[in-house]
Every structure is written in structure tokens, then in C-alpha cells.
Design a protein around this ligand. Structure first.
Ligand code: ADP
Ligand code: ZN
Length: 306
């Protein structure tokens, strides 16, 4: 057995999850640390990697999949730094630099949702596809959009969870996003549903009218994705989708109605039931995100000339 291994770190709002291995079939170690102030959290993560280097062998590459916003422009002086995250102490932290100073290996860096998208593409429900989207509906709403095998990145990483979509005429709720009120996240994140209903989303029965509104909004998000980027599959995960499987048929039928024959979805997608799907990695997509980013960093280094 090879002694080389990849390490992935998913930096989340409450926990940072570290994984060593080469993929879901070869996980050699896993550890978690609570996300506290950046100094103690990053030091704890570095100690885990150092321990793994002594115990497991040669670290071949490191992947970081983090909460954002984050500067992902490779030519920017701020590459790898966190932006204006509401997490106290973290804005401006040079995430990539911290690890690059301690570990002389290729380091890949991306957002948590793009990391999960890459993991689903490498090992999960979007395997073999170069164009697809991964949507998470949980504490927030995020979209990892992959086009031509690469995450779509502009002068900042797209934040499709915050787009405004057509509201259902029967739904006037104002929404809960502090920036945009009734953007997608402001309407369908777990906390949005909770603030709208006063109930924990897990306790709301499937026949509640709130799920009609949630399905409508997510249908509209899917409509935008289909027309903006032509993904060959849309993978939908996160705590809300995971806990409310009845949303899937509603969104699939809703998408057919919304596209209204403008595209032949049946022909383009092989049928909408195979088009809007659950993640194959289940709740592991997030923690495997860092590993997928590490795998990408390693292969891009071996592909680089010279
Ligand atoms: P995060 O987005 O923080 O990574 P999750 O994807 O696990 O975390 O999503 C957490 C959200 O999912 C919470 O807002 C919670 O209310 C919601 N949630 C958890 N279980 C259910 C369920 N059974 N039905 C609907 N929503 C749920
Ligand atoms: Zn918003």
C-alpha cells in the first residue's frame, strides 16, 4: 500500500473536519475541531496534519474547502484570504498562506459548496460530468457550478443562493436575508423556514403549505441554472433537501412546467427524474470536499509543464 496520502479540510461555521486518504473508499483518518478564533483553530488543524505526516506517511497535497467569502483569484495579492465573513476574527485571515508556510505541498483552495460539488463530480452523483451544479439547502443556500470541468469563478465566486427569483403570486412572505430579504436563501434556508413558520423545519409535515413555497423557489433556482449554464445534472443536498425528500418530485415537475417546452428537457437531460437528484455521497459530500480539492491540486501539479 502506498504511504502517500491526501488531506482535506472542510472549514465550516461550527466545525472543521479533516480527512486523510485518497477518496471515499480509502479514508485513513478523520478528525474534527470546533471552529473558534482563527489562531487556535488553525493551529489545531496544523497539529492534526503534522501528526498524520508522522503516522500515515507522505502528505501529497492539501485541499481546503472553506466558508467564505474568500478571494479565489489566483493572480490576486489576496488569493486565499477570507473576505467579510460575519465570523468574528476571521475576515482577512490568510488561510492558504497559513498552511503554505507550514506544508510544502500543492494546496488547493475553494469554497465549501464548490468543494462538495467537486466531490460529487469525482466520486458521487455527477461522476463523469463536466457540466453540473451542486445545490445545498441547509443553514444557507449555496450553489457550486461546474462548467467545462472547472468551478465557475469570476472576479468573485458566484453566490447563486442569493439571486432573486420570481415569487409565487400566492406567497407574500418578506424573506429573511439581511441583505436581500427574499432572495433564494432568504426564502428557503433552514433558518428562513424556521423564521417564517416558527417551527423547526424537521417538525413541519410534508403537506404544509410552506413546502409549496419552498418547492416553488427551488424550482425557480433550477430554472435559472438550466438557462444560465446548461448543467447536465443538478444535485440537491443539504439538511433541508435531505430531510424533505417530497421536495424532489415537486421541483422536477415544477421545472418541467416552468421551462414550458422551451427546451426539450427529456432529450437534453435523459428525463427530469435523473436530472434533479440527491447527492450520492449523502452527508459526506462536505467533508470529502477538501479531499476532492486536494486531489485536484495534486493532479494539476503533475499536469503542469516542467
Ligand atoms: P449546514 O448548511 O450548516 O452545513 P445542513 O446542511 O445540515 O448544515 O443544514 C442544516 C439545516 O437543515 C438546519 O437549518 C435545519 O433546520 C435543517 N434541517 C435539518 N433536518 C431537517 C429536516 N428533517 N427537514 C427540513 N430541514 C431540516
Ligand atoms: Zn440574500
Amino acid at each position: 500500500m502506498t504511504r502517500r496520502f491526501l488531506a482535506g479540510i472542510e472549514l465550516g461555521g461550527t466545525w472543521c473536519r479533516c480527512v486523510a486518504g485518497t477518496g471515499p473508499g480509502d479514508i485513513r483518518a478523520e478528525e474534527e475541531v470546533p471552529t473558534r478564533d482563527p489562531q487556535s483553530t488553525l493551529a489545531a488543524l496544523a497539529r492534526i496534519l503534522e501528526r498524520w505526516q508522522s503516522a500515515l506517511g507522505e502528505l501529497a497535497a492539501l485541499g481546503l474547502a472553506s466558508f467564505g467569502p474568500m478571494d479565489l483569484r489566483r493572480d490576486s495579492p489576496g488569493y486565499g484570504r477570507l473576505g467579510a465573513t460575519p465570523k468574528s476574527g476571521w475576515p482577512g485571515i490568510d488561510l492558504r498562506g497559513f498552511f503554505a508556510r507550514r506544508f510544502a505541498v500543492p494546496i488547493g483552495l475553494t469554497t465549501d459548496v464548490i468543494g462538495a460539488a467537486l466531490a460529487e463530480g469525482r466520486w458521487g452523483a455527477a461522476r463523469g460530468l463536466a457540466d453540473y451544479a451542486y445545490v445545498t439547502v441547509g443553514t444557507g443556500v449555496g450553489v457550486g457550478l461546474i462548467a467545462g470541468g472547472k468551478a465557475v469563478l469570476g472576479c468573485h465566486h458566484p453566490e447563486l443562493g442569493h439571486i432573486r427569483v420570481a415569487r409565487s403570486p400566492s406567497d407574500q412572505w418578506r424573506g429573511s436575508c439581511p441583505f436581500h430579504q427574499d432572495c433564494v436563501e432568504g426564502l428557503v434556508s433552514g433558518p428562513a423556514i424556521e423564521s417564517r413558520t416558527g417551527s423547526r423545519p424537521a417538525d413541519i409535515p410534508p403537506d404544509s403549505a410552506v413546502w409549496d413555497a419552498v418547492a416553488h423557489t427551488l424550482t425557480q433556482l433550477a430554472h435559472v441554472l438550466v438557462l444560465a449554464a446548461g448543467p447536465c445534472r443538478i444535485v440537491m443536498g443539504g439538511g433541508v433537501m435531505d430531510g424533505q425528500p417530497h421536495l424532489f418530485p415537486r421541483i422536477r415537475r415544477g421545472l418541467e412546467r416552468s421551462i414550458a417546452g422551451y427546451l426539450d428537457l427529456e432529450e437534453l437531460t435523459g428525463g427530469v427524474d435523473r436530472y434533479i437528484v440527491r447527492p450520492a455521497l449523502g452527508t459526506h459530500a462536505g467533508r470529502l470536499g477538501g479531499l476532492a480539492v486536494a486531489a485536484e491540486a495534486e493532479s494539476s501539479r503533475s499536469a503542469a509543464p516542467g
